[in-house]
Write a protein that binds this ligand. Structure first.
Ligand SMILES: *[C@@H]1O[C@H](CO)[C@@H](O)[C@H](O)[C@H]1NC(C)=O
Ligand SMILES: *[C@@H]1O[C@H](CO)[C@@H](O)[C@H](O)[C@H]1NC(C)=O
Ligand SMILES: *[C@@H]1O[C@H](CO)[C@@H](O)[C@H](O)[C@H]1NC(C)=O
Ligand SMILES: *[C@@H]1O[C@H](CO)[C@@H](O)[C@H](O)[C@H]1NC(C)=O
Ligand SMILES: *[C@@H]1O[C@H](CO)[C@@H](O)[C@H](O)[C@H]1NC(C)=O
Length: 361
């Protein structure tokens, strides 16, 4: 495929089944960089890599999906208050400094309070992020989805001075965090990323402890379809497929005539009928516009704050990754590389390996 695409890759953190999707510089990675998806060796591979054809145009900022989001999703108003006490959320420090090697002194921290939710969001913004708070598209994300997030981290777009940061946008769902460079904060990327947060909310009390896309219920629906919704989902696994199905479900809600009309009556939509139906029945209520946040479901405002001047902490990782936990991947990965009995470290893509059941001979 010659067309450059935006890649989103699932990562996970040792010990917690964290879903962290990464959107990498399109000029660095191409779709062809994905490894062939072999179900015999990869538990994250959907049906031998089969996906809906023709592909839905919801992946890129200049696509018809993003245009529809901008046209039909209301842009909520918000107010911001800057923190001036020299502190920031510990989770911002952990990710921005410990993982992504930015300098704490370059961040400004805000409370952002949207018109549809009384509980503020924390936003940690690097001073060199070119997009202002008014230019990032968070305020368009429906509140049912947005309430699964508590913290946004916004980075510069120029990654050349920080090779440790790969240019991604991602979601660390268990921590209620969306993090990435400011130009990646466009509507369809945020719909996808926020979908990872919703994925965890579906299966447990807040903060979630795992993801609906990891259940047999979701896998069985996708497997019965026999197709992922996108090439990206097919090669990246059930969690990414789930987040991409969410894009389609939201388009179905907001676009006149629904998904069928938006997709130009893509005749193959039946190939993903089971996963669309299951998504709608489990998560569809969050993929609607209007309303206000549900305080019982709102991811809590970060409670642990540290000094902006505090030194980075180092983590001691367990020697063995948990079943389905991460055991290798991206250059910043420093966690365990061994798996327990019956599990083997299996590469899903260049950025993520997980402990999957060892295939029987
Ligand atoms: C529907 O999907 C099949 C299998 O992926 C593909 O061969 C076919 O071209 C698709 N149909 C249309 C109308 O694109
Ligand atoms: C969206 O709302 C924000 C805050 O109310 C505003 O600053 C921004 O200009 C709006 N964006 C668009 C595209 O209307
Ligand atoms: C931010 O919001 C939190 C939670 O509501 C509140 O305790 C804190 O005082 C606010 N900080 C600022 C700077 O507005
Ligand atoms: C930040 O990292 C430290 C060290 O790994 C950890 O103990 C702490 O729980 C993390 N904080 C949050 C909010 O995740
Ligand atoms: C982190 O950034 C510093 C400069 O700020 C640099 O010296 C160091 O090599 C970087 N570490 C990694 C892992 O890229």
């Amino acid at each position: 495929m010659a067309v450059l695409r935006t890649l989103v890759v699932a990562l996970a953190v040792a010990n917690t089944p964290t879903v962290l999707a990464r959107l990498l510089e399109p000029d660095v990675f191409q779709i062809s960089a994905f490894p062939a998806c072999d179900p015999a060796t990869s538990s994250g591979c959907i049906e031998g890599g089969k996906y809906l054809v023709p592909e839905l145009d919801f992946g890129n900022e200049d696509g018809t999906g993003n245009n529809a989001y901008i046209k039909y999703l209301p842009n909520h108003t918000f107010t911001t208050t800057q923190w001036t006490n020299g502190q920031w959320p510990e989770i911002c420090r952990n990710i921005s400094v410990n993982s992504d090697n930015w300098s704490a002194a370059d961040f400004t921290v805000y409370n952002v309070t949207f018109s549809d939710c009384s509980v503020p969001y924390a936003l940690c913004r690097h001073k060199n992020a070119p997009k202002s708070l008014n230019q990032i598209e968070i305020a368009r994300i429906p509140i049912g989805m947005r309430q699964a997030v508590a913290t946004y981290i916004v980075y510069p777009d120029d990654t050349t001075n920080n090779p440790a940061y790969g240019g991604y946008i991602g979601t660390i769902a268990q921590s209620g965090v969306v993090v990435g460079k400011s130009t990646a904060y466009f509507a369809t990327a945020l719909v996808h990323e926020t979908g990872h947060a919703v994925d965890t909310v579906l299966v447990g009390p807040m903060p979630g402890v795992s993801a609906f896309s990891g259940t047999q219920t979701w896998r069985a629906a996708v497997d019965s379809d026999g197709y992922a919704i996108s090439a990206y989902g097919a090669s990246s696994g059930y969690a990414e497929d789930f987040a991409d199905v969410g894009r389609a479900v939201l388009l179905d809600t907001i676009f006149p005539g629904g998904l069928a009309a938006w997709s130009g009556n893509n005749q193959n939509l039946t190939q993903i009928a089971a996963q669309l139906a299951l998504f709608k029945s489990t998560a569809g209520r969050y993929y609607v516009t209007g309303g206000t946040c549900d305080l019982a479901k709102k991811y809590p405002f970060p409670s642990r704050w540290v000094s902006l001047g505090a030194p980075p902490t180092t983590t001691t990782n367990p020697a063995t990754a948990t079943p389905y936990g991460q055991c290798g991947g991206f250059s910043t990965y420093t966690g365990p590389t061994a798996c327990g009995p019956g599990y083997s470290c299996t590469s899903l893509n260049p950025f993520y390996s997980q402990c999957a059941p060892t295939p029987l001979p």
